[in-house]
Design a protein around this ligand. Structure first.
Ligand SMILES: [Cu+2]
Length: 169
């Protein structure tokens, strides 16, 4: 099951987007990578962070690579140690969950929409029409209200080339 985010966005706009929270989360992300070394003494008070944000499982896009030239079927492969049965929209209780995004169209794949290609590695194929030219794929966590958790966003920019034989030259 796939659902576009439009309906959820309408709800989110009604609630009001907390932009201040997003910017403070981004600031938190810049020091998030150092927690393992800094120890408790240097850790700032976590007053502005999204609840549980620093415990989110990492996400990493492994394909396409930045600047790659790919065909018209857009596939993203990513790595995460997360239990995606619990962190997708088919979870029993929707909390933080996976979003994938192609050129601003945000999708929420169920875990069954993902092909596991290795331990902790998954592939998703977008069922969206694309034209030759530059494109952007993002993989990230959203909270239970489908608000993007900015510090989790992974982005890759690549180019679609029309490799189909017989296409207009
Ligand atoms: Cu969502």
């Amino acid at each position: 099951m796939k659902r576009t985010i439009e309906a959820m966005l309408a709800q989110a706009i009604g609630i009001g987007m907390a932009l201040a929270v997003i910017s403070s989360s981004a600031a938190a992300a810049t020091e998030g990578g150092h927690h393992g070394h800094d120890g408790h003494a240097q850790r700032p008070a976590a007053s502005n962070k999204s609840p549980g944000a620093e415990k989110l499982p990492p996400l990493q896009i492994v394909s396409p690579q930045s600047g790659a030239k790919v065909g018209r079927i857009i596939t993203v492969e990513f790595e995460t140690p997360a239990d995606l049965a619990k962190m997708t929209m088919d979870a029993a209780v929707i909390g933080v969950h996976l979003h994938v995004d192609l050129d601003g169209t945000s999708l929420m794949p169920a875990s069954t929409d993902l092909t596991r290609t290795a331990v902790g590695r998954y592939r998703y194929t977008f069922d969206l029409p694309v034209h030759p030219g530059p494109h952007v794929v993002k993989v990230y966590w959203s909270d239970a209200k489908h608000k993007t958790i900015e510090e989790s966003v992974k982005t890759v920019r690549f180019t679609v080339v029309d490799g189909q034989p017989g296409a207009k030259q």
